[in-house]
Design a protein around this ligand. Structure first.
Ligand code: 5GP
Length: 127
C-alpha cells in the first residue's frame, strides 16, 4: 500500500513552526497540543512528528521507536493533565479518525484526548 502524505496539511505546518500551537508536551517523536476548537473541557491532540497520514500508515511504516514513543506520549499527556484513572483521574476518551467515513479532516495522524466531564455514549446516532 502506498500512502501519499501532503506536507501542506495544517499539522505539518505546526511541526515546522509555521503555525503557532499551544503545546502541552513534546517528546522525541511526538507533539501534543490543545485543539483549536475543543469539544470537551480537555481536548488535546497528539501527533507523531513523522509524516504519517493515518493510523494504518503509522502502523505499517513507523519504526518501533516512533510507535513506542508516540504510544507513551499519549499516556504521558493524560498523566500530566491528571486524567489517569486509578491515580485520582476521572479518565478520558481516545479517538483517532482515519479515512473518509471517520470524518478525518487533517491528513496527518492524530489522537484526540477528550476529558474533563462525563462524555456520554460513544457515538450520537444520526438523525
Ligand atoms: P479530525 O477531524 O481530522 O479528526 O480532527 C482535526 C482536529 O484538528 C479538529 O478537532 C480541529 O479542531 C483541529 N484543528 C484544525 N486546525 C487546527 C489548528 O490550526 N490548530 C489546532 N490546535 N487544532 C486544529
Amino acid at each position: 500500500m502506498a500512502y501519499a502524505y501532503d506536507d501542506q496539511n495544517i499539522f505539518a505546518k505546526i511541526l515546522r513552526g509555521e503555525i503557532p500551537n499551544s503545546t502541552v508536551l513534546e517528546t522525541e517523536h511526538a507533539l501534543a497540543f490543545h485543539d483549536i476548537r475543543p469539544h470537551a473541557p480537555v481536548h488535546v491532540l497528539v501527533i507523531p512528528k513523522g509524516p504519517y497520514v493515518n493510523w494504518d500508515h503509522f502502523a505499517a511504516e513507523a519504526s518501533d521507536a516512533e510507535i513506542g514513543d508516540f504510544t507513551r506520549a499519549v499516556a504521558k499527556v493524560c498523566a500530566y493533565l491528571g486524567l489517569t484513572p486509578g491515580e485520582d483521574g476521572m479518565g478520558y476518551r481516545l479517538l483517532a479518525n482515519s479515512g473518509p467515513h471517520s470524518h478525518q479532516e487533517v491528513p496527518h495522524l492524530h489522537v484526540h484526548i477528550l476529558a474533563g466531564r462525563p462524555l456520554g455514549p460513544m457515538l450520537v446516532q444520526p438523525g
